[in-house]
Ligand binder design. Sequence first.
Ligand code: ZN
Length: 117
Amino acid sequence: MQLFTKRIDVREEDIFSDLHHFLLRKNNRYLTNDEVVALTGVSSELLYKWVKAGKLKKSIFPNLGVPCERCGQITQTKICVSCSSIIVSTLKQEEKDRAWFNQIQRNNQRASTYHYK
Ligand SMILES: [Zn+2]
């Protein structure tokens, strides 16, 4: 089903209001990005744009999302759950590395102080 013809003179706002009406129909609120694109022919870029801008509210359309900034998987937040856990563990590792590096530095300092005595 193509709801929207691909005419170039169709304004973005018109597409939006058609899409919005379509989505507000009873069973359409829970569509995902891919389903909306397949059903309406609206480009996923426009969809992302509207979700990002808050025109398609997450509270009303819980399955719509934008690509994760790290891996591109569709998510309701800026960064998906798996990426944010990777980032957190990377940060923790960096902290450990830094602590280890500081430790080495301290040891070196002690060693060189010792050396120059
Ligand atoms: Zn991700």
